[in-house]
Design a protein around this ligand. Structure first.
Ligand SMILES: [Zn+2]
Length: 66
């Protein structure tokens, strides 16, 4: 069974490289550093890029049978 990630979108700042502020973002998980943690939010375009990178990683690890 493939389970899709359900997202809740809020206005905030993207923490995934593009540095956009005041845009729709969704929570990916906590960032933990030196005993502290903060929310890791990402915008739609960054989430799409991350998803594509993850899919490429999965394809390389599990090549289709010939
Ligand atoms: Zn972004």
């Amino acid at each position: 069974m493939i389970r899709r990630m359900e997202s809740r979108w809020v206005f905030g700042d993207c923490r995934l490289g593009c540095q956009s502020t005041g845009v729709l973002v969704t929570w990916l998980g906590p960032v933990q550093w030196d005993g502290q943690h903060s929310p890791f939010m990402t915008c739609g375009p960054c989430l799409s890029r991350l998803r594509a990178q993850a899919e490429q990683y999965f394809i390389k690890r599990q090549p289709a049978a010939a």
